[in-house]
Design a protein around this ligand. Sequence first.
Ligand code: SF4
Length: 400
Amino acid sequence: MKNINVVEPLFVSTFKCIGSECRDHCCKGWDIHLDKPSVNRYLKSSLIEIKMLAAENIITTRKSFASWGTMKLNEAGNCAFMDENRLCKVHSRLGATALSNTCATYPRAANTFKYEQQKTLALSCPEATRQLLASPDAMLFAETIRLQKEENKAKDLVQEKKLLNLMCLNIIKFSGTNLDEGFYALASFLLGAEKIRPEDEWLVEIERHFSEALNALAQGHIRQQLDQIKPDHNLQWSLLLRLQSWFSTMADKRAFPTLNHYVNKLIFIQAEGAKTDDVSQSMIRLNEVWQNQVMPWFAERPWIMNNYIQYRIYDDFFPNDENRNPLLSLYLLTAEWFLLKSLIAANVELVGKLDEEDIINIIYSYHSITKHTPQSVVAFLAEINKVKVNDDLSLIYLVK
Ligand code: SF4
């Protein structure tokens, strides 16, 4: 028996699927992979209805033990096991234990290391998003020690990476509603971390850069530096255009109609700006809405977007992605934040008010489209990367 440290944010511990009450249930619009035992269980079920539905609708792929088959979706894009009340027939007829691994665990997921498991939820589930944004305490962490029968085969957690992740999380937490300052402070911190030399004592140096970042935030130095930066409207404009065109290729994906509802508002504002032959007009318009209408609304609910960015840092184990350097990871995260801000601001500009439901819709549909598979994450981030000019530090032109 080996101990494993299990880390879990509060909103993960308290999550409950709301089933038929869900605004966009997860049994549609994407590949539903069934593991081998589940495929066999359904095909051999003693319940004739389950057996027949399985025989007609499971495509046996035998790709792997975990992906032995996929479900055919009906004309409405729904899983064939879903009934007219939007409830799963496997669950209602055979019980929760008969669900395939994917169906039983979604939206739960975990980042597992040899002696640590970091539990999380996929935000493509609207209820998970709602719970993340609903409470100031949603990103409070609990840690418990559990026994695992044997050591798992995952990689060991590098303690320096965990510390870096926690420091980034705390910088964002400290920035409160001023996430632009939080991103800028992260950039200074990661630049400092990059300059630590092999002969330096890493722990001493990283703690120094961390304290400097927090002090710069607390004393208003980050704000002063940000105020001196001129936004790059052309960069912002091109990024939004490129991402809009990428989204248009995702029309058959779950939650696309929801995301498209908001993307269309952004397209409208950009199109109006384009009529003036000055692309900066629509960027200025969106920024004014953000400053004058959205920020005062967030000031009364300071945890909402801060929880979201804390989640991203935790869920991505930011900035430790093995395929890119920390500053590029920050660039990509900042670009995603800029896109979400623009979608929120465009909606407020055209609808005249901000509603928490819109924020939930934007975030869950955005995650459904961009974060559903490792391939979709890579493809989406590659789009952002194409717009990047100069170096990774051009991200500062997006936080303004
Ligand atoms: S998307 Fe989330 S709340 Fe909705 S049915 Fe699926 S797990 Fe439940």
